[in-house]
Design a binder for this molecule. Structure first.
Ligand code: CTP
Length: 454
């Protein structure tokens, strides 16, 4: 009887394949007779918070293959897969670099675990930072979202928030102190020292700031709602194109892995043709909050409408036949609750938002073969269910959503600034422009002044 060969397994992303990877694979192979290498998928990396991987899965596999050490290459696509691989492939030795010491001790129950000395002074992160210079971000606006953005940006390698601008200098100073960044006295000063501008100012100022930043040659990420007029959105995208700059709207839901999985499944035919979309987001606000005191640009639809319009526009397209708005107003004429009802060629949709009326925030996609339901907070999609006529048949899907979720939008932005078009589809120019057009229609129909004191 022949001697059984020793099987070794190792895993990694192997992005921008480098010396450290080569040496790791070389020594892994030397531990036995047969080496299996698990290469992570993009989705898995995203879900575990490893953002900004540059090479595609195919390129990373190709590079592992070229090293000549792998006898077999498999794909690692989920947490917990390692144990089943070890059993499935009858593995004798599991190995990874010493940066993981202790982390995989639990595997000792199934096979031998070897931590190999990590090669010094090289890593994919280092190479990504060398190949692509750190992008300096400047923030306009100092509201709550700006603070959240800053904390999330720390989780994305390759960007650094450097400065903040607010025409109210005291607010800028306070914000800069709190987050240990610089503040600028003028808008120009901010543009001079940054590569990317994040516009998080009051809604009605977005257009002006985005335009100025683009004309200054900066890439721009603008908070939702992007602009309040369709024409303004079109003009801004035209300037961005002419200047060769990246410009997109920060609706965080559009960039998070769970929502993208939901869109994929909705489009896969699993629930047949989608005929009805119902998206609802409510968030009770203090009556003294900006959202309920800014008589001109506050209110529930301008505040939350973008989230609800996103799945509708994504799945039904940018062209609709009809839209009708119905609102409940406060004494000052602001919409405490708004329901927008659409008729598309493909079906019907409702977008419901409330700052003063609480409802069950959910997203429902009804199709000819079944429906998909996502409970609140569906705008940070982590879990959804697919139901069918046969009530006992329920398919469940889940995906991680890390932190506040803004990291996904920041990393998509960074990828695009660094020249990859990966993620461009997540929120397209036409979608943002269509949403701006809906905001415009809402405001036009509102006749806010007439509602005052209603
Ligand atoms: N590795 C190594 N020496 C290095 C870098 C990586 O031995 N200098 C090993 C890791 O310990 C792991 C494998 O190579 O076992 C794949 O690592 P991966 O995470 O893909 O590479 P990193 O360069 O560590 O990537 P990142 O900087 O993105 O974390």
């Amino acid at each position: 009887m022949g001697i059984r060969m020793i099987k070794v397994i190792t895993y990694g992303t192997f992005d921008l394949f480098h010396e450290g990877h080569y040496r790791l694979l070389q020594r892994a192979k030397a531990l036995g007779d047969y080496l299996i290498v698990g290469v992570t998928t993009e989705n898995y990396d995203q879900a575990r918070g490893k953002l900004n991987v540059v090479d595609s899965l195919m390129t990373r596999i190709e590079n592992v293959k070229k090293s000549g050490f792998a006898d077999e290459i498999i794909i690692e696509e989920s947490i917990g897969q390692k144990i089943s691989d070890i059993k499935k492939y009858k593995i004798d030795i599991f190995t990874v670099g010493s940066d993981w010491i202790g982390h995989f001790d639990y595997i000792e129950e199934y096979c031998k675990v070897v931590y190999l000395e990590r090669t010094k002074d090289v890593s994919s992160t280092m190479l990504r930072n060398q190949n692509f210079k750190i992008q300096r971000i400047g923030i306009i606006g100092t509201g709550r979202i700006a603070g959240r953005f800053l904390m999330e940006a720390k989780r994305v390698s390759g960007v650094n928030v450097q400065s903040v601008y607010n025409p109210h200098i005291d607010s800028a100073k306070k914000f800069a102190q709190e987050y240990d960044i610089d503040y600028c006295l003028t808008e120009e000063a901010l543009y001079q020292n940054t590569d990317i501008v994040y516009v998080a100012s009051p809604h009605e100022t977005h257009y002006r700031y985005v335009k100025n930043a683009l004309l200054y040659g900066k890439h721009v990420l603008c908070e939702k709602p992007f602009t309040l007029k369709r024409e303004e959105a079109e003009e801004l995208f035209a300037i961005a194109k002419e200047k060769g700059r990246i410009l997109f709207e920060g609706i965080k839901t559009a960039y998070c892995p769970g929502f993208n999985k939901l869109v994929d499944i909705a489009c896969s035919g699993l629930i047949g043709n989608i005929r009805y979309i119902d998206a609802c987001f409510t968030k009770l606000e203090d009556k003294n909050s900006r959202e309920l005191t800014d008589r001109k640009y506050g209110g529930s639809f301008l505040e939350l409408g973008s989230y609800c319009l996103l799945p509708i526009i994504k799945l039904f397209g940018c062209e609709y036949d009809e839209v009708r708005f119905e609102s409940i107003y406060d004494a000052g004429g602001l919409d405490l609750f708004t329901k927008a009802s659409f008729r598309f060629k493909k079906g019907l949709a409702t977008a419901t938002c409330g700052l003063g009326v609480k409802s069950e925030g959910r997203l429902l996609l009804s199709g000819t073969k079944g429906y998909i339901i996502v409970e609140a907070p569906w705008w940070k999609t982590t879990y959804f269910e697919v139901h069918f006529e046969d009530a006992s048949r329920v398919e469940k899907y889940s995906e991680r959503f890390l932190g506040d979720g803004l990291r996904y939008e920041i990393s998509t932005l960074l990828n695009q600034v660094n020249g990859s078009s990966k993620g461009e589809f997540k929120l397209t120019r036409s979608e943002t422009t269509a949403i701006a057009g809906i905001m415009e229609k809402f405001l036009a129909g509102e006749k806010r002044d007439e509602n005052m004191g209603a």
